[in-house]
Design a protein around this ligand. Structure first.
Ligand SMILES: [Zn+2]
Length: 577
């Protein structure tokens, strides 16, 4: 391909509305253009790279035995009513009506459609296990689309769904997808970390997110400084040391704390660290009040509380409810004397001589001893893990980092198959419910994550497996007949060896061509100029670094072909075996 025959609108300056490096670079390198908020057009180079990522994803899904299908993006709303998600997905789901006034949704995901399909088409244990996948456009009405393809309203996903006869068989399907994910992200040139994750609105029992670790990532991740433990901050656990029950704690003593409705105000007024105060938060779970106790320097993790309660909904209690259950205005709740269920963080078990709200206006209690004074329903993990907490696996310190979620694997269990009554006949002829798993990859997000991880001050540094073209062939003197001939020959030889090459044939200064080659990030740059050609040579340079080398023009195609093949093979754990 010739530069002058394609459309690569590179930009010198960083675009105004791009916040992170990968978004700036996708715009500057002419890979994408914005249509409107959260909607992007893939330009020729961006689309080439995207197709390469898709091809790797497809190969690894096929290798894992998944079957490719294609479901409609437009879905009847009745299917979503069956699982209750028409409501729980909320305003994030695009909904529309057809001319018969039937409600439809633009699919943000496809659990309902695929479970309906499998329920109709599979009825015997002989047809299981079955894993299907698709690579398809998804829609989400983001409140604040941003970071380019990272959080867009329309994006491409690979979603896969496994159906099995038993929990053990479902574990095997899950592991097959987990392993495929590890392979395909490696092949894309990404370093990813699988982290334990909360299953959130999609439901289910167990899941891992595949994270590209990056400071610009939107997801907070807790990882161990010593072992491989890593988890999404909402899911992460910590080890706590529970002290022995106290024996000689002073008696509880009320203290006047006027106008101290927050932990910070109490801490400042009494001149104690926030960690010495119990934070008591009243929630309404399925319309019943409960209290959560956490150390004053922590926040209640509502996902964890919801899970512990086994409730459908959980929200902060309104002021009237707080006043009713505590007998005090908001800001003075405490565990002593409450008659509603009390769930306390594990760090508060045997906590002694601490400060708590008195359930009376402008008053707190000193010398509270949780074991002695509070009627706690259960001690459990109720907070987010933080930097310097203790690893639950190896007791070394944890640290807080950030990541970009590019893939997610879930053990769903029977949430969807029960809603659709998806049954198969087992060997004894008995109808049993199917066990399901689901597995997503943000394909467009993965493309941008590659750039977020693989770039330098001069531009993108594409891994050879996904670069829009492996080789940029720079013609420095396009008016020179011998240069033109050498370039045309080399282009033809490389292409016939299966190497994709972009010839920069623009009538521009060499500096412009070098800058653009670095910006777009072709893994290999080959320079053909009148000067080196007079010595029978061309110049080969890797975008990832190292010196350029002069190579003889006669053997250049072979040498470049080898270099590209080596760079691709280095990223492929399958070919290396
Ligand atoms: Zn550890």
């Amino acid at each position: 391909m010739r530069w002058t025959r394609t459309l690569i609108p590179t930009l010198r300056e960083d675009p105004q509305d791009a916040e992170i490096d990968s978004h700036k670079l996708m715009l500057r390198a002419g890979l994408i253009r914005k249509l409107s908020g959260g909607l992007y057009i893939f330009m020729p180079l961006g689309l080439r790279a995207l197709k390469k990522v898709e091809a790797i994803v497809r190969e690894e899904m096929d290798r894992a035995g998944a079957l490719e299908i294609l479901m409609p993006a437009l879905q009847p709303a009745e299917l979503w009513e069956k699982t209750g998600r028409l409501t729980t997905m909320g305003p994030g789901m695009f909904k529309l009506k057809d001319r018969q006034d039937r409600l439809l949704a633009l699919g943000p995901t496809h659990e309902e459609v695929v479970t309906d399909l499998i329920t109709r088409e599979i009825n015997s244990y002989r047809q299981l296990p079955c894993t299907v996948y698709q690579i398809q456009t998804k829609f989400r009405d983001e409140i604040r689309p941003r970071f380019g393809l990272m959080r867009a309203k329309e994006f491409i996903m690979k979603d896969a769904y496994s159906f099995d006869t038993s929990a053990d068989a479902a574990d095997i399907s899950y592991q097959a997808m987990y392993d495929a994910y590890a392979r395909l992200f490696t092949r894309c040139g990404l370093r990813v970390k699988p982290v334990e994750a909360d299953t959130g609105a999609i439901g289910g029992k167990w899941s891992h997110e595949f994270m590209v670790m990056a400071d610009s990532g939107e997801d907070a991740v807790i990882e161990c400084t010593a072992c491989s433990y890593a988890a999404n901050v909402e899911k992460a656990e910590r080890a706590v040391t529970v002290p022995a029950p106290c024996t000689a704690c002073p008696v509880v003593e009320p203290v006047a704390t006027p106008n101290t409705r927050t932990i910070e105000a109490v801490a400042a007024f009494l001149k104690v660290p926030a960690a010495r105060i119990v934070k008591t938060v009243i929630f309404t779970a399925d319309s019943k009040p409960v209290a959560a106790l956490v150390p004053g320097d922590r926040e209640v993790n509502e996902h964890k509380l919801l899970r512990i309660l086994g409730a459908k909904t959980l929200e902060r209690a309104d002021d009237a409810t707080v006043a009713r259950v505590t007998g005090a205005p908001v800001g003075y709740a405490g565990p002593i004397g409450l008659t509603i269920p009390i769930y306390a963080d594990q760090a508060l078990e045997n906590a002694c001589d601490i400060i708590a709200g008195a359930n009376a206006a402008d008053t707190h209690l000193l010398h509270v001893c949780i074991g002695r004074d509070a009627r706690v329903t259960a001690f459990c993990d109720l907070v987010n893990a933080c930097e310097d907490d203790i690893c639950p696996r190896c007791a070394k310190p944890l640290r807080l980092t950030r990541g970009i979620e590019v893939g997610h694997v879930f053990k769903l269990g029977t949430k969807y198959t029960e809603a659709f009554d998806s049954r198969y006949l087992n060997e004894a002829g008995k109808a049993e419910i199917m066990i399901m798993g689901c597995y997503g990859i943000g394909v467009t997000r993965t493309l941008q994550a590659i750039i977020e991880q693989c770039h330098d001050a001069n531009g993108i540094v594409w891994p050879a497996s996904v670069a829009p073209y492996a080789v940029a062939l720079l013609s420095l003197d396009p008016k020179d007949e011998s240069v033109r001939t050498a370039v045309a020959n080399l282009e033809r030889q490389l292409e016939s060896n299966g190497i994709d090459v972009l010839v920069d044939d623009r009538d521009d200064r060499p500096g412009v061509k070098f800058k653009d080659a670095d910006l777009v990030g072709f893994p290999f740059r080959v320079v053909v100029g009148a000067k080196s050609l007079a010595k029978g040579c061309v110049e080969l340079k890797r975008r990832s670094g190292g010196d350029s080398e002069l190579i003889p023009i006669e053997t250049a195609a072979v040498r470049i072909g080898q270099a590209v093949a080596e760079a691709r093979a280095a990223l492929n754990p399958v070919s290396a075996n």
